[in-house]
Design a binder for this molecule. Structure first.
Ligand code: ZN
Length: 133
């Protein structure tokens, strides 16, 4: 992902702002401009929607061999989490050992460093999920 695109998306990433279709009530994250169910009917009816950030683990994978930029974090856990509002998204799980991860565990979004680009000194941040204790 290019840096300009990343920074453009920062407010959404930081605040977990999705979109709600006021036509059918469906909530989307990442945000969409048009509801795929309502299509034309939803144009102009998509409202910003702040997600609570609470979710449950829908499925997960433990990554033992990480891409170079993530080597310091391996092994790490990538999960698809299902937000309480319905949307599913892919995110890294933190603050949990791989052997303790189970489908259905309650998690919440936290804002963490995602990676460092050593050559450019750029640090990327985004949401990860950790268990609700
Ligand atoms: Zn809709």
């Amino acid at each position: 992902m290019s840096v300009p695109r990343f920074w453009r998306e920062i407010p959404q990433r930081y605040n977990l702002i999705g979109k709600k279709c006021t036509q059918c009530g469906q909530i989307y994250f990442p945000p969409r401009d048009v509801c795929p169910k309502c299509r034309r009917e939803s144009i102009g009816k998509m409202e910003d929607y702040k997600l609570k950030g609470t979710a449950k683990i829908f499925t997960y994978t433990i990554i033992h061999i990480a891409p170079t930029e993530f080597v310091k974090q391996q092994p790490y856990i990538m999960a698809i989490v299902e937000l309480d509002e319905g949307p599913r998204l892919t995110a890294q799980l933190v603050d949990i050992e791989p052997e303790n991860v189970k489908i259905g565990i309650r998690v919440k979004a936290v804002f963490r460093k995602i990676k460092e680009d050593g050559s450019k000194g750029v640090i990327y941040y985004g949401y990860k999920f950790k268990p609700i204790s």
